[in-house]
Design a protein around this ligand. Structure first.
Ligand code: IMP
Ligand code: MG
Length: 201
C-alpha cells in the first residue's frame, strides 16, 4: 500500500530539492566580480594571439559550458564553436576512467586551429588525452584555455596556454564545476561544507 504524506508535510526528497544550494557552500573562493575580471584578462590575450587567424573554440562538456559561453562573448574576432564531452569524474571527488565523446565532425577538426576550453586542469589527463586525440585526427594546432588550474595535482606533464585562476588542492564547485552533478549553476567558485561531501550516518 502507498504511504501517503500528511498534507503540508515534506518528504526527505522534497526537502533536498527545495534546499538553497548556497547553504551548502563553506567559503566563496572566487567571487563573481573576480571571475569577470579574470575572464576579461584572458580574453584580451586570446584576442591578440588569434587576431587574423582562423580558429575554433572547443568547449569540453559539461563543466566548461558556463566559462566558455562567457569567454567567447569577450573575444570580438571571428571564431567557430565546437563541443566534445569528457567524463572523468563519477559521483564523487576522485578521478575515474576517462570517456571521450566527439561531437565535432571530421571537418571541424582536420586542418583547424583548435582552442580547447575546460573548467579546471587537475591531473591533466583530460587535456593530455584530448590534445593527443585531436592531433591524431588531423588538427593543425591544439592550444588550451582553462578557467582554473590546480598545478599541485598534476599527474601528467601538461600546462595550459591560457588560464584564469590558480587554485590550491581543494575540491571546488560553481561556475560550471559540479559535485555529483550539482552546483554547476552557482555564480561563484566555492568550497563545500564537509557535511555535504561526507553526509553523516
Ligand atoms: P583532469 O583530467 O584530472 O585534469 O580532470 C579534469 C576534470 O576533473 C575537470 O574537467 C572537472 O570535471 C573535474 N575536476 C577536477 N577537479 C575538480 C574540482 O575541484 N571540482 C569539480 N570538478 C573537478
Ligand atoms: Mg569536467
Amino acid at each position: 500500500m502507498l504511504c501517503r504524506q500528511r498534507e503540508g508535510e515534506q518528504s526527505p526528497q522534497e526537502r533536498v530539492l527545495e534546499a538553497n544550494m548556497h547553504e551548502d557552500v563553506d567559503q566563496i573562493l572566487i567571487s563573481e566580480e573576480q571571475i569577470q575580471a579574470g575572464i576579461d584578462r584572458v580574453a584580451d590575450t586570446i584576442t591578440a594571439d588569434y587576431r587574423g587567424k582562423e580558429f575554433s573554440v572547443v568547449s569540453i562538456l559539461k563543466g566548461s559550458c558556463v566559462f566558455a559561453s562567457d569567454l567567447i562573448r569577450r573575444i570580438p574576432i571571428p571564431l567557430e564553436l565546437a563541443f566534445v564531452s569528457a567524463e572523468s569524474y563519477r559521483d564523487g571527488t576522485e578521478s575515474g576512467q576517462l570517456k571521450l565523446n566527439f561531437f565535432p565532425s571530421g571537418n571541424e577538426i582536420e586542418g583547424r586551429n583548435l582552442l580547447l576550453v575546460d573548467d579546471i586542469l587537475d591531473t591533466g589527463k583530460t587535456m593530455w588525452n584530448l590534445k593527443k586525440e585531436l592531433m591524431d585526427r588531423g588538427a593543425a594546432e591544439v592550444r588550451s584555455c582553462v578557467f582554473l588550474d590546480k598545478p599541485s595535482r598534476r599527474a601528467v606533464e601538461y600546462d595550459a596556454d591560457y588560464r584564469c585562476f590558480e587554485v590550491e588542492d581543494l575540491f571546488v564547485v560553481g561556475y560550471g564545476l559540479d559535485y555529483a552533478g550539482r552546483y554547476r549553476n552557482l555564480p561563484f567558485v566555492g568550497s563545500l561544507k564537509e557535511s555535504v561531501i561526507t553526509p553523516a550516518g
